[in-house]
Design a protein around this ligand. Structure first.
Ligand SMILES: *Cc1c(COP(=O)(O)O)cnc(C)c1O
Length: 451
């Protein structure tokens, strides 16, 4: 037991296995479907993924060993610290105890390298020379560039054009780690050219950038594709977060009443929450809440349906909550939360009522981020500010009711590359934006017809 606000694990306590939630799900996730409406075969995935990743995607094993070279890479920044937010608690005057798991200690500044190093390793083992990927805000692209550098792979990154221009330092970061960055839509791919023909001034979207990266990977045998969220294996790799957090809380005799994680494609939600699901299934009471922006309300207002992961429809169809694969996100500042869909695993667990979801407006997230920076010191990524907002609101409810709940949230990354967004907030130039109901209804008509 310790009174310190910072709870650390030894290197020897880095998890040895990833936790696969699939065997513990009450409803099995629906299979991915190919263009013919039939479940995708492993062979079809082999055009863009290495065998080990394909195996993980459909594995029924509850525990999957983390290869030693991947553990060595993870040890560069893991185990990550867990903090008790005492100064924030004091500022709020809440009886609640607030803990946060800080993933901003990785070299790229977020949780994303946890999966990037695993994916780079398995691709290298399969003899692959180059990885393609997409990036929005630049978090995933920089994580994969870092991992490519660590495992000796070339990395080509299709970066959503609006971010390419707005976030030049994320681009420099990727290039510093040896990545090649291309503004998307580009004229290097069919998908990019189609979008440019439709709108020569297109600022791009994650959906289009994915189409470009997949197209390039599928056309070359020495090149594979890597995705930073959404897919089962990515969530699997992120489960080191929740396993560590549980062990850290156990050191101070704590267990959360409620867990909040920001939700884009669902990888840090899965990573944090899945290790708590087994306890929940065994009767333990713990609320698991995904937090998304009101401008991209995938879980809270989207359709649970088969949809593509990208704009051009090159990826398999996944049964998930979606705003439609042609969703054009409003220009909000939490770039990592602007994806039209969500992990099939998180979607199914939300459908089954095991994971909850809430949406919060942009201004309130920055307000919480500012309070957090001024109490705990860390300037959070705008994505992470969504979880801070939810934790602060819960702590304020505890103040009303007098309940001393234990709140845990994922501080998924730092915001050092997002200062332009903080700048806008401080200058009073940011706005709230609710995604219009009409657009959600319209998207329903453009979902692929399945069966
Ligand atoms: C990418 C990102 C997210 C959202 O992605 P998920 O896959 O939903 O976890 C959240 N926070 C940060 C800091 C990110 O970089």
């Amino acid at each position: 037991m310790t009174n310190s606000s910072k709870i650390l694990l030894d290197e020897s306590e880095l998890p040895t296995h990833w936790y696969n939630v699939i065997p513990d799900m009450p409803t099995a996730p629906e299979p991915y479907l190919g263009p013919d409406g039939q479940p995708v075969s492993p062979d079809q995935l082999a055009a863009i993924f290495p065998p080990a990743i394909i195996e993980q995607e459909v594995s029924q094993e509850r525990w999957i060993p983390i290869p030693e070279p991947v553990r060595e890479a993870l040890l560069l920044w893991r185990p990550s610290p867990l903090f008790r937010a005492r100064q924030l608690e004091q500022a709020l005057g809440t009886p609640a105890r607030i803990y946060y798991k800080y993933e901003g200690v990785s070299p790229a500044g977020s949780h994303k390298p946890n999966s990037a190093v695993a994916q780079a390793y398995y691709n290298r083992e399969a003899g692959i020379r180059k990885l393609t990927t997409e990036t929005g805000a630049g978090q995933w692209g920089s994580s994969l560039a870092l991992a490519g550098q660590m495992f000796g792979l070339d990395v080509e990154i299709y970066m959503v054009k609006v971010s390419y221009h707005q976030k030049p330092f994320r681009r420099s970061m990727m290039e510093t780690w040896g990545g090649k960055v291309i503004a998307s839509p580009s004229n290097l791919t069919e998908a990019g050219r189609a979008e440019l023909a439709r709108d020569p001034d297109s600022q791009g979207s994650l959906g289009i950038a994915i189409s470009e990266a997949v197209e390039v990977a599928a056309s070359r045998s020495d090149t594979n594709y890597a995705l930073g969220s959404v897919l089962n294996h990515v969530l699997l790799h992120q489960t080191v977060i929740g396993q560590e957090a549980k062990a850290q809380l156990a050191k101070v005799g704590a267990y959360p009443d409620v867990v909040f994680s920001p939700c884009g494609g669902g990888s840090n939600v899965g990573g944090m929450m899945f290790p708590f699901l087994a306890d929940k299934a065994a009767g333990k009471e713990v609320r698991l809440v995904a937090v998304e922006p009101t401008s991209c309300p995938t879980l809270t207002r989207g359709h649970f349906a088969y949809d593509f992961g990208d704009t051009a429809g090159l990826t398999p169809m996944m049964k998930m909550f979606t705003l439609g694969h042609d969703f054009m996100p409003p220009g909000i500042h939490a770039g990592g939360l602007r994806y039209h869909g969500d992990s099939a695993l998180v979607s199914q667990l939300y459908k089954d009522g095991i994971i909850e979801a809430i949406a919060v407006p942009q201004l309130a997230t920055f307000e919480a981020g500012l309070l957090f920076a001024r109490t705990q010191g860390i300037i959070a990524a705008p994505e992470a500010c969504h979880a801070i907002r939810a934790a602060v609101d819960e702590a304020l409810r505890c103040k009303e009711s007098g309940e001393a709940k234990t709140i845990l949230f994922t501080l998924s990354g730092h915001g050092h590359f997002d200062m332009a967004s903080y700048d806008k907030y401080l200058a009073g130039e940011l706005e709230d934006y609710d995604y219009p109901e009409e657009a959600i209804q319209q998207a329903l008509h453009r979902l692929p017809k399945v069966r």
